[in-house]
Design a binder for this molecule. Structure first.
Ligand code: DC
Length: 234
């Protein structure tokens, strides 16, 4: 019987960058891919969210770039990758659920516009991903954090679909669907138009538009892209 031959590429532990707007399904995809390839899943948005919470707790002005940059340096932000997503510690306290609430979501988008904050985040994210074997999702992973990532996926979906998904995910559906859609739209605009590292697809990113795809179909397409890359990359 022929033995199965597995080339060295199959053992390479690459960087898989997933970027896209809110509600496109990045976290779900990243967590499923991490399980499939036995990689570590990093949700970079959770880091911005944790800093946002710290700014709120400390009463730091969201326009004070220098104070926010300094606050980042003083913050103990830890991501603990779990099969169901990242648990998030801020200065040792578990803030995983708190940072998903609407007030923190809004502030996270606002603190993320400041270059001093982004520099700090990008440095930490590069450290985390340095060894490869990582699925990292966010807004600037393929453009800024890992511009040489072996796989870059830009995950998108029509705004109404993203808004409805977000609404259905929200814990107690605390806001009406129209309000969730409006917030998502506003946050998208801010994330896409900020001066530093706006949300744009890297020129070499592969687009997956999940508007008319099931989750299984999105995972199948991403797997195809990754397996192809693992086969061809040296
Ligand atoms: O992915 P998320 O919704 O948890 O991200 C929260 C905010 O953080 C988002 O509105 C923009 C910001 N963010 C960013 O600027 N860059 C990243 N790599 C990840 C998130």
């Amino acid at each position: 019987m022929d033995s199965v031959k597995v080339g060295p590429a199959a053992f390479r532990r690459i960087v898989i960058a997933i970027d896209g707007p809110a509600g496109s399904g990045k976290s779900t995809l990243a967590s499923l891919l991490a399980r499939k390839y036995n990689y570590t899943n990093i949700e970079t948005g959770a880091m911005y969210r944790a800093l946002a919470l710290k700014a709120m707790q400390n009463g730091v002005s969201l326009d004070d770039a220098a104070a926010l940059g300094a606050l980042a340096g003083e913050s103990g932000i830890e991501l603990l990758p779990k099969p169901e997503g990242n648990r998030v510690l801020l200065d040792g306290a578990d803030v995983t659920e708190r940072i998903r609430q609407q007030d923190v979501t809004e502030v996270a988008s606002r603190v993320s516009v400041h270059p001093a904050v982004r520099e700090w985040m990008v440095d930490r994210q590069r450290e985390i991903g340095a060894g490869g074997g990582i699925v990292m999702e966010g807004r600037d992973i393929g453009t800024k954090v890992f511009p040489d990532a072996e796989v870059k996926i830009f995950l998108d979906a029509a705004p109404e679909i993203r808004g409805t998904r977000r609404f259905l995910q929200s814990p107690a559906a605390t806001a009406p669907e129209a309000a969730v859609l409006a917030e998502l739209h506003q946050r998208d605009q801010r994330d896409r138009t900020r001066a530093t590292s706006p949300l744009v697809p890297a020129p070499d990113a592969i687009l997956i538009d999940s508007t008319n795809l099931s989750l299984d179909q999105v995972v199948a397409r991403a797997t195809e892209i990754i397996d192809e890359r693992l086969k061809t990359s040296s």
